[in-house]
Design a protein around this ligand. Sequence first.
Ligand code: BTN
Length: 229
Amino acid sequence: MFESLLWLEEITSTQDFLKEKPLRIYSVVVANKQKKGRGRFGREWYSQEGGLYLSFSLPKNLRDETTLPLVLSNAVANYVRSLGFLPAIKWVNDVYIHGKKLCGILTERLKDKIVVGIGINLNQESFPEHLQAVSLKMVSGRHFDKVDFLIKLLDYVEESLRKLSEEGFLSFKDEIESRLLFKNSEVILYTPEPVVGILQGIDKDGSLLLLTQDGLKAFQIGEITLRAV
Ligand code: BTN
């Protein structure tokens, strides 16, 4: 599926690079460091040496576009699981381990393509406390070869995208739901207005299902945090 791979030492952001350069669909861009890594909601993505930072483009006509971040988070989780870890998916686009963030996914829709960015914490030794982030090295003491990790990860991504286009999102729903962080806990969903509810799971279109004061509600956007007791 992936056609070409460009691996750079340091750039502003693999996401911006892929958005600005006229590279073909299914091109992959990787950087060892990013000067201005970006996350969702315009946030900074901490992009020091040791992490894996990649972006790739997909055709715009992809089926189930809205469920893409969940399917990709699940692909990352499957690969990380195969390495012996127990990842969780934080709706809608994060992978967590030991209650901390391991991976973030950004999907951006342009006129002619979708650009997907994945940041995975692999070999970093530490993070600023406020980020609540963790790397695979920090939880296992092991060092991960980035090239090897990337090639295998792209296999998992490719396999998931194939399944999404052939079988649809429903074929992922149970697995994703079984890995959902905060399931059955009281959370606050910022839509950006805060909505409090008990996280029940996901709907057949990937929406988040919350049991609120007004009954069961489905949400397509927002960010959840655990409600402090
Ligand atoms: C998030 O958690 O908000 C998403 C983070 C996405 C980070 C990746 S790192 C590779 C690509 N380049 C960027 O500037 N951002 C994405």
